[in-house]
Design a protein around this ligand. Structure first.
Ligand SMILES: [Zn+2]
Length: 293
């Protein structure tokens, strides 16, 4: 009798196995608030997640206006990843409009935030060591929401964390080749505080840690003055900012114009910063090219 039962069980298991293999689990629907975070989530989730990004390439998340389509994405998601640290000022409105039931995951959790003039600086991803923390937070959230694929998230996260470890060393080594006296530079808004603190550069900018307020004439004059007085080496453009401000700063201070840095968003897929790793490499290349001996 027992043998018969075992036989039936074996038949059932054999029949069930191929069926399970042929019907893979549907991808987990998740939302990421901006392109850089979307890249981290895709790296960890791979095909197991379907990622919708709200603020896309070359776009400014500080001043974004959510659309009804965004509310739909959020209402359909199981997890919504945000940067936090005051980056997405529009996010609470969006969650309310979407009547969202998703778990909200603050990807910058457990990162020690920097402050500038009393304001939280949200650009923590610009330090690759912090990017690793984002990835760990994303991995933990995916594993909790989708335990059946925890091993996959674990493996993918481990591989990407190793890539970021190498990238961190690569960035530090490249910046170390820039002479000390050339490490003071101008950008449009204060997006590089974490980068500067980690790798040993100094950025000044007419616009603060957010782009919500236009820089005043006085802010611009202050930076032009500082650029002249403090021997700034170059003024850099930013992919999310109007290039005319950087061009004006360079012209009026007589400081050379460097290339374009990616601060708060990736490039489009065919651009030079289509992923976080490509973005950091591109920024370092622009910096070292403009500031080399
Ligand atoms: Zn910013």
């Amino acid at each position: 009798m027992r043998r018969l039962a075992r036989f039936f069980l074996a038949c059932f298991a054999l029949a069930a196995l191929p069926a399970a293999a042929e019907t893979p689990l549907a991808p987990l629907p998740v939302v990421a608030s901006f392109s850089i975070l979307g890249d981290f989530v895709r790296e960890v989730g791979g095909d197991a997640v379907a990622v919708s990004v709200i603020v896309g390439p070359d776009s400014d998340a500080h001043v974004y206006e959510p659309t009804p389509a965004d509310a739909r994405k959020v209402s359909e998601a199981k997890l919504v990843f945000v940067n936090g640290l005051g980056f997405e000022g529009w996010f609470d409105r969006l969650v309310a409009a979407a009547n969202a039931k998703a778990r909200i995951v603050v990807a910058s959790a457990r990162i020690k935030p920097r402050k500038l003039d009393g304001e939280l600086d949200p650009h923590a991803w610009q330090d690759v060591a912090n990017a690793r923390r984002y990835v760990e937070n994303i991995r933990d959230a995916l594993e909790a929401a989708d335990p059946g694929r925890a091993a996959l998230y674990e493996t993918r996260a481990a591989a990407y964390l190793a890539t970021l470890e190498t990238l961190n060393k690569e960035v530090a080594a490249a910046i170390a080749t820039i002479p000390r006296e050339k490490r003071r530079i101008v950008s449009t808004h204060d997006a590089f505080g974490y980068f500067a603190a980690r790798y040993g550069l100094e950025f000044i900018a007419p616009q603060g840690v957010s782009t919500e307020a236009e820089p005043s004439a006085r802010d611009i004059a202050r930076i032009i003055d500082a650029a002249r007085r403090e021997k700034v080496a170059a003024v850099f453009l930013e992919n999310i900012s109007d290039p005319r401000l950087a061009q004006r700063l360079a012209k009026e201070s007589g400081v050379k114009l460097g290339g374009e840095l990616y601060s708060d968003a990736l490039s489009k897929p065919d651009g030079p910063a289509a992923s976080y790793v490509a973005m950091m490499r591109h920024n370092v290349e622009e910096l070292t090219k403009a500031l080399a001996r």
